[in-house]
Write a protein that binds this ligand. Structure first.
Ligand SMILES: Cc1cc2nc3c(=O)[nH]c(=O)nc-3n(C[C@H](O)[C@H](O)[C@H](O)COP(=O)(O)OP(=O)(O)OC[C@H]3O[C@@H](n4cnc5c(N)ncnc54)[C@H](O)[C@@H]3O)c2cc1C
Length: 417
């Protein structure tokens, strides 16, 4: 049935949902108080990282955390003021590091990941935006063979699920990317990954197309919901108004947790900070996105220059950026690209909306079935936006999704206290 849909949040996930819903004939309004794409999306590495299905809480991660934490500029840190509030989330995160859970989560996420590139290509093609998706795979670099050997069990798991990962020598990696340092021992090539040419422009273009096709974007935020006899019938906005809707899509990234809580639902989403630095004149030519996992960052060639992005920082939602962390990963990027120049650098911060099981939240909110969640995509929002949007479109239409979405259901976390 065609109806009025309010999409809360116009990041990559929200605007992808909005475009899909417009295609189904709904009257769609997006509430977005900020500049399109300046949530988590603009800080990303921009990779369609389809096989990144192994959860972040994998075996081996926890042994390395104390060392990282002692180094304030290591790849992962936690600000002291957020230690106590985050403990329950961390306990759940740690529980998902058991090998059986890791395998189960990887299998569940692969259902989305295997469709992600096709869905992204189709969504972009339908709206004349195909030129915003690159055509090359992504290369992960290792200093020593032992590092690849450690990762191999996860690569094997990914391969067993249908993804394509090749192992090559450091010399072969250098043939593919002559600008990289000459002493990497080996590399993995993620054959089925791609990268977008600029995530901020991608989101902005999707907003433009959505508007041009009759969608409405209101420059306001959602402050809560209106209920009538238990059913959600609208969204309250920062303008003091109510937007009446038959269905609400909750796609507010890291802000989704508090909005869901106002409806009695518990979505344990942490806004995990990452940083990106755009280098307009990097002085090196790079054609593939590169990942240097040991340094906790990726390097992506965008149309505006090179972007160096990474870092995992747990901090309260009102915490100011620690730009030192962005600067450190740029300095570390010279390990990968010795000739890198940083003049004119521009820094961005984003909060990945991360759940303790690294899986997104897609489905109807418990106790408020008029609200459909499209959030919690963590480090995979760019990758899974189009696939999520296709499933949200089916859910709104009452069509049976073509895959089992129960692993992503919001009720897996229970009710809010
Ligand atoms: C360093 C880094 C590297 C990354 N690399 C990758 C990568 O290579 N590949 C990948 O797939 N993903 C990557 N990610 C993750 C990806 O960026 C996120 O998963 C994705 O951007 C989340 O999109 P979103 O639309 O859910 O959230 P956001 O982009 O944060 O958008 C949410 C929107 O909701 C709006 N909003 C907030 N509150 C309200 C409210 N009350 N009412 C209405 N609107 C509201 C915000 O203004 C915002 O625009 C990376 C992230 C970081 C930080």
């Amino acid at each position: 049935m065609v109806g009025r849909v309010a999409v809360v949040g116009g990041g990559i996930v929200g605007i992808a949902c909005a475009l899909e819903l417009l295609d189904d004939g709904h009257a769609v309004t997006v509430l977005e108080p900020g500049t399109p794409g300046e949530g988590a999306s603009w800080a990303s590495c921009g990779s369609i990282a389809v096989s990144e299905v192994v959860p972040l809480s994998k075996p081996g991660t926890f042994a390395r955390i104390p060392g990282w934490m002692l180094d304030p500029l290591g790849p992962l840190t936690l600000r002291p003021s957020s230690l106590l509030p985050i403990l329950p989330w961390f306990a759940r995160f740690a529980a998902n590091a058991r090998p059986a859970r890791v395998e189960a989560i990887a299998r569940e996420l692969s259902v989305l990941g295997l469709a992600a590139l096709d869905d992204t290509e189709r969504l972009l093609a339908r709206h004349g935006l195909s030129a915003l998706l690159g055509t090359r795979p992504v290369i992960e670099l290792y200093d020593r063979p032992g590092e690849l050997a450690h990762e191999r069990r996860f690569h094997d798991l990914r391969r067993s699920l249908g993804f394509v990962i090749d192992e090559i020598s450091g010399a072969e990696a250098r043939e593919m990317e002559p600008a990289i340092a000459g002493d990497f021992a080996c590399a993995a090539v993620f054959r089925d990954w791609r990268s977008v040419v600029d995530p901020k422009r991608l989101v902005a273009e999707m907003h433009r197309v959505f508007r041009a096709r009759g969608g409405i974007i209101l420059p306001v935020g959602a402050t809560g919901f209106v209920r009538d006899g238990g059913a959600v019938t609208g969204v309250r906005t920062t303008a003091g108004e109510v937007l009446v809707a038959d269905t609400v899509v909750l796609a507010a990234g890291a802000a989704s947790r508090d909005l869901a809580r106002s409806l009695g639902a518990a979505l344990p989403i942490e806004g995990v900070i990452g940083y990106q630095t755009s280098l307009p004149e990097p002085g090196v030519a790079v054609h593939h996105a590169l990942v240097y996992a040991k340094g906790g960052f990726g390097i992506t060639p965008y149309e505006t220059g090179l972007a160096v992005a990474g870092s995992i920082e747990f901090a309260r939602m009102d915490a100011a950026p620690n730009w030192n962390r962005a600067d450190v990963i740029v300095a570390k990027a010279r390990r990968v690209l010795p000739g890198l120049r940083t003049e004119g650098a521009e820094r961005r911060m984003g909060r990945r909306p991360l759940t303790p099981d690294t899986k997104p939240v897609i489905g109807r909110l418990p106790g408020a079935p008029q609200v459909i969640c499209a959030t919690g995509h963590g480090q995979l929002g760019v990758t899974l936006a189009a696939t999520t949007a296709r499933h949200v479109r089916d859910l709104v239409a009452g069509r049976r999704p073509n895959v089992d979405l129960s692993p992503f259901a919001p009720d897996r976390f229970g009710r809010a206290a």
